[in-house]
Design a protein around this ligand. Structure first.
Ligand code: SF4
Length: 71
């Protein structure tokens, strides 16, 4: 799994950080969210996908690979 945030699209709503605080944080000074861990533990995948779907401006991309690839 690989997680990215498009910082130009992000409007800093913070939904991602509330949904998956292990993966995202909002940098209020910069005005956008940041990915804390671009390759989070696979156990966090459901939350990362939930954050992706919850983002109002679709700034989050979660790429999932085959199980066990460590991606
Ligand atoms: S939910 Fe989307 S718009 Fe809101 S902080 Fe996260 S990436 Fe940015």
């Amino acid at each position: 799994m690989h997680v990215t945030v498009d910082e130009r699209t992000c409007e800093a709503y913070g939904i991602c950080a509330m949904t998956a605080p292990e993966v995202f944080e909002v940098d209020t000074d910069a005005g956008h969210a940041r990915v804390l861990d671009p390759t989070p533990d696979p156990a966090l995948q459901p939350l990362a996908l939930e954050a992706q779907q919850a983002c109002p401006v679709a700034a989050i991309t979660v790429t999932t690979g085959p199980a066990g690839d460590g991606a």
